[in-house]
Ligand binder design. Structure first.
Ligand SMILES: [Zn+2]
Length: 189
């Protein structure tokens, strides 16, 4: 894929043909560099993608706003697929080193292993808190428990984590959150 990313102006050109044929593009590009030398850019850079999956986290949730049966507490075995990206590999030729991933695994376990998830605006939140205090459920309150919003929730934590642990060499490309064989959602910013 051929692409252009400008940090301050989000232009993206995905077609090689467009770039090569377009005189206007090259004039625009030259002007831009001439005009603003501070603009940081990435041009024709390879992205290596590395995928790590974490499977089978048993948890329950409910969507209190849902008109159908999703308003009832129900359970799934959630799985997460994290796609990492980088432009430069480690000395060993890795995109990311899975040897250091215990921290991510335990963060995911904290949130999704034998827990009950509810939305932060759930009107029954006090009742859930009291069940938690009585050790009947292990409550976790999220912005929203949907697969889409869970993917976004995980993305925010893991992207920050991987950037910190690799001095910004690696980053997160997308998170796929799966509740069963049939249903999954992806967050890709
Ligand atoms: Zn449901």
């Amino acid at each position: 894929m051929v692409f252009v990313v400008l940090s301050d102006a989000k232009y993206t050109v995905t077609s090689k043909a467009t770039i090569i044929r377009s005189q206007k593009f090259w004039m625009w590009w030259r002007n831009l560099i001439h005009r603003d030398k501070e603009t940081s850019y990435t041009f024709l850079m390879t992205i290596y993608e590395t995928i790590k999956t974490f499977d089978n986290f048993p948890c329950s949730h409910r969507q209190w706003r849902h008109g159908g049966h999703c308003k009832f507490i129900h359970g799934y075995s959630r799985s997460f697929k994290l796609t990492f990206g980088c432009h430069n590999l480690t000395e060993s030729g890795f995109g990311v080193d899975f040897g250091n991933f215990a921290e991510i695994k335990s963060w995911l376990s904290h949130w999704f292993d034998h827990t009950t998830l509810i939305n932060e605006d759930d009107p029954e939140i006090e009742m859930f808190r009291s069940l938690h205090d009585r050790q009947i459920i292990d409550l976790r309150v999220m912005p929203n428990v949907s697969m889409e919003r869970t993917s976004e929730f995980i993305f925010e934590y893991v992207d920050r984590w991987i950037r910190e642990h690799t001095n910004d060499r690696a980053f997160l490309v997308e998170v796929e959150c799966r509740e069963n064989d049939k249903n999954a959602a992806i967050f890709r910013p």
